[in-house]
Design a protein around this ligand. Sequence first.
Ligand code: NAG
Ligand code: NAG
Ligand code: NAG
Length: 132
Amino acid sequence: MTHTSSFDAVLLVCSSFCPFAAVAAEYVQLADNITVLEGENVTLRCKTDMDITHKAWLYRTSILFAGTDKWTLDRRISLLNNNDSEYTIHIENVAVSDEGLYLCSLQKPEGQKPRISRVSRFYLIVEGEALI
Ligand SMILES: *[C@@H]1O[C@H](CO)[C@@H](O)[C@H](O)[C@H]1NC(C)=O
Ligand SMILES: *[C@@H]1O[C@H](CO)[C@@H](O)[C@H](O)[C@H]1NC(C)=O
Ligand SMILES: *[C@@H]1O[C@H](CO)[C@@H](O)[C@H](O)[C@H]1NC(C)=O
């Protein structure tokens, strides 16, 4: 299993969606590893703060949420909380195919540097029932 770097993932998304353009200036954190059992629910909580104006959740090459706009068609994924301190998504009934790197990208207003102030990375590991 390869852990795609968030830089690559954001660049891939960027070919179709480019508020993330100034990606070179981003500050990338180490991935937090989150292990869940298949069939469970998981909450991915991204810490944010007041001066953040643009937020997005990404998975592989797709955007799950851009701000409060839901881009994914997956009904199991919802925005649980979005305020000045957290930007949190919830995935119900996790499947093995949900495994991988989830990114929370936080941006400051136009004109402020760096444009992307933080990318939080969450590596979701899904354990199949058969392992129990
Ligand atoms: C997550 O797992 C990877 C691979 O096992 C490891 O290199 C990394 O340090 C872990 N991240 C954290 C925050 O523990
Ligand atoms: C997952 O969340 C849904 C909706 O919130 C709930 O109905 C269900 O019982 C939860 N499943 C587990 C395993 O906690
Ligand atoms: C954001 O929501 C969480 C969960 O409801 C709450 O604990 C936190 O205090 C809220 N933060 C702000 C700045 O409102």
